[in-house]
Design a protein around this ligand. Structure first.
Ligand SMILES: *[C@@H]1O[C@H](CO)[C@@H](O)[C@H](O)[C@H]1NC(C)=O
Length: 319
């Protein structure tokens, strides 16, 4: 019995090495995405290309006051990539004032990711500190091909001038969600404004999202996530909680996606799309065929062990 369990462990371990295409999670600040952007053909083409590289893509700064730009983007995504079915889930419009609101949107591939939960983190009660301009719209996905199977995403686009406080408050959201959904598998992602003038080095020790060593910041601190060649700031980030989630990440896969270089655009053309690069990370995918073979082999071994122990038991009884 012990040896077959060991073998099962071994085979599952081997099959855990990624096979096929990895699962890509992205976060993209679309910089004022609304009516006027949705009418620019070149811009939309790039957006569609970038978004369809991802299995799950968080969009931020969706400022679609007329409610037409987002449906148009989704329509063009579906038209561009007919191989897969794309779905989207969007938050309410969020913001401190009626005149400036943004939505969080998750676009995802229905064949690789299934939305299993959504939760709008509530605005502060009157009298309490209202930490966020845009409270996180938290989602949970089942992604059976990945090594992690199910995970929660907490998005955040911080207000630059309040970034330090908002990032610290995001830690409370993490604790809340872990408890609410009884999960350890949580990723926080988005335009955190966590660099340059907005998050001073001396303040970092006060941000629990940075000081808690259970959290791993995957985007390197020196990675430029801004398009402008005159700026080099690591604003956009992907952070995972816990060793299990971290093990499901393909090592060194987290990066900013330089769509300007990738698609041969001028800086001006790229800035028409956004002033941010998307950030992304790959989750290891469990090779289902190898997994199936290993599982059935292990089962067979266990069966053989079981039968032989029965036979042995019988023999012993009859001695
Ligand atoms: C910064 O946060 C405080 C609450 O902590 C809030 O009252 C203020 O409006 C925020 N500033 C901006 C620009 O959102």
């Amino acid at each position: 019995m012990r040896s077959s369990s060991l073998l099962l462990f071994f085979f599952v371990g081997v099959s855990g090495v990624h096979g096929g295409s990895d699962f890509r999670i992205c976060a993209f600040n679309l910089h004022n995405f609304g009516d006027s952007k949705s009418k620019k053909t070149d811009v939309m083409q790039i957006l569609v290309k970038v978004i369809t590289r991802c299995d799950v893509c968080l969009l931020q700064e969706v400022r679609d006051s007329k409610g037409k730009a987002l449906p148009e983007l989704l329509k063009q995504i579906k038209r561009y990539d007919t191989r897969y079915e794309y779905q989207a889930v969007a938050s309410e419009r969020l913001g401190r004032t009626d005149s400036y609101q943004e939505q969080y949107v998750f676009v995802y591939r229905a064949d690789t990711a299934v939305l299993t939960g959504q939760y709008q983190y509530p605005d502060a009660l009157p009298g309490d500190v209202d930490a966020f301009s845009r409270e996180p719209f938290v989602v949970r996905f089942k992604a059976l091909k990945t090594a992690i199977k199910e995970f929660v995403l907490i998005p955040q686009h911080t207000t630059p001038t309040n970034a330090t406080k908002e990032l610290d408050a995001l830690y409370d959201v993490l604790l809340h969600v872990k408890k609410k959904w009884k999960t350890q598998n949580v990723m926080l992602l988005g335009d955190f404004n966590a660099d340059c003038g907005y998050l001073a080095k001396k303040n970092r020790k006060h941000v629990r999202l940075i000081t808690d060593t259970e959290l791993v910041w995957l985007i390197p601190e020196d990675m430029d996530t801004t398009v402008r060649s005159s700026t080099s700031c690591s604003y956009d980030h992907i952070v995972v909680y816990g060793a299990t989630f971290n093990r499901a990440i393909l090592p060194s896969s987290a990066r900013a996606f330089d769509f300007q270089k990738e698609y041969g655009l001028t800086e001006e053309q790229a800035l028409d799309v956004s002033d941010h690069y998307p950030v992304e990370v790959l989750l290891r995918v469990v090779n289902s065929r190898a997994f199936g073979a290993a599982a059935s082999m292990a089962f067979t071994l266990q069966y053989i062990t079981f039968v032989s122990s029965m036979v042995l038991g019988h023999l012993l009884l009859h001695i």
